[in-house]
Design a protein around this ligand. Structure first.
Ligand code: F6P
Length: 326
């Protein structure tokens, strides 16, 4: 196995709070290990365009508390091509990079897997996405912060909803997964969550909301996962509005504010642990795995599993919301 003396690090895909904490941890753990570090800017796009700088311990000073990614990020179409990956490989070699640490979500780790196979490059992935949709890890870097951001927003929406006796449909991110929607609904005391992992009967939902108003509730909040391909929050709001014209219905789409902000302590600690573990894994000879956390222990998840297997949502969470929203 070829000796490693220099690693390259990049962030790719949607940014997530805690990516900077991960960059910092990888950089410092590598330097601690006696290796050199190269920061690759704008993800795979930067590898193709040779946007690469030497990273020192100071390069990552004063970054653990900052949202976004100091390395910047991109979704690279060129890296999807054989020619693009060849350019990326040539730049990697020209910069003396022996191994790559990729921080990102599903698409980014899928890119790392193809690159590793094609060019026999040691790659280690860190799960960095607010969506929490990577199989084999209990949480991804950024998920906890985004969840807290959503809950803070929904608490505010509840104030105005209650004051006006209104129904709000709040759309949240998550790509094809309902983790953010389901768990923010529980944490914010929402009346219902509409997620891709479960069926939603709109007639039943309307009746349920209506019953709540007749009993005692003077507002209702339904969290809708963006992954619902039938039109999201606007679609469900219109259905309820048409069938119950007596209710005042509003829609809020939280959008990209869910991705910003200071990372929570939970995300900073997770990113720090995963970053250090990534360097230990490379040192041990691990290749082409994502570093995850399961039952509070570090685990190595082969790329093939992390990106190909759907991460199931715990059905107990659906039950908890149903029981508590009566
Ligand atoms: O994967 C993170 C994520 O924020 C998803 O939740 C969302 O669907 C997507 O990225 C949005 O991507 P973009 O910032 O490119 O619009």
């Amino acid at each position: 196995m070829a000796k490693i003396s220099t690693i390259g690090i990049l962030t790719s895909g949607g940014d997530a709070p805690g990516m900077n904490a991960a960059i910092r941890a990888v950089t410092r753990a590598a330097i601690f290990n006696g290796w050199k570090v190269k920061g690759i800017y704008r993800g795979y796009e930067g590898l193709i365009n040779n946007e690469i700088k030497d990273f020192t311990s100071e390069s990552v000073s004063n970054t653990i508390q900052r949202g976004g990614t100091v390395l910047k990020t991109a979704r690279s179409d060129e890296f999807m091509t054989v020619e693009g990956r060849q350019k990326a490989y040539d730049n990697m070699k020209a910069n003396g990079i022996d191994a790559l640490i990729v921080i990102g979500g599903n698409g980014s780790l899928a890119g790392a897997q193809v690159f590793a196979q094609e060019h026999d490059v040691p790659c280690i992935g860190l799960p960095g996405t607010i969506d929490n949709d990577l199989y084999g890890t209990d949480s991804t870097i950024g998920y906890d912060t985004a969840l807290n951001t959503i809950v803070e927003c929904v608490d505010k929406i509840r104030d105005t909803a209650t004051s006006h006796d209104r129904i709000f449909f709040v759309e949240v991110m998550g790509r094809d997964a309902g983790f953010l929607a389901q768990n923010s609904a529980i944490a914010a005391g929402a009346e219902a969550a509409i997620i891709p992992e479960d069926q939603t009967d709109v007639d039943q939902l309307g009746q349920f909301i209506s019953r709540g108003f007749r009993k005692s509730k003077n507002s209702s909040i339904v969290i809708v996962s963006e992954s619902k391909k039938d039109g999201g929050a606007m679609y469900y709001a219109n259905r309820v509005r048409n069938e119950y014209p007596q209710y005042d219905v509003r829609v809020t789409i939280l959008g990209h504010l869910q991705r910003g902000g200071k990372p929570s302590a939970v995300d900073r600690i997770l990113a720090s642990r995963l970053g250090v573990a990534a360097i230990e894994a490379l040192n041990e000879g691990q290749r082409n795995v994502m570093i995850g956390i399961s039952n509070d222990r570090i685990v190595y998840v082969p790329f093939s599993k992390a990106i190909k297997i759907d991460k199931p949502i715990d059905k107990e969470l659906i039950n908890v919301l149903n029981v508590l929203s009566i």
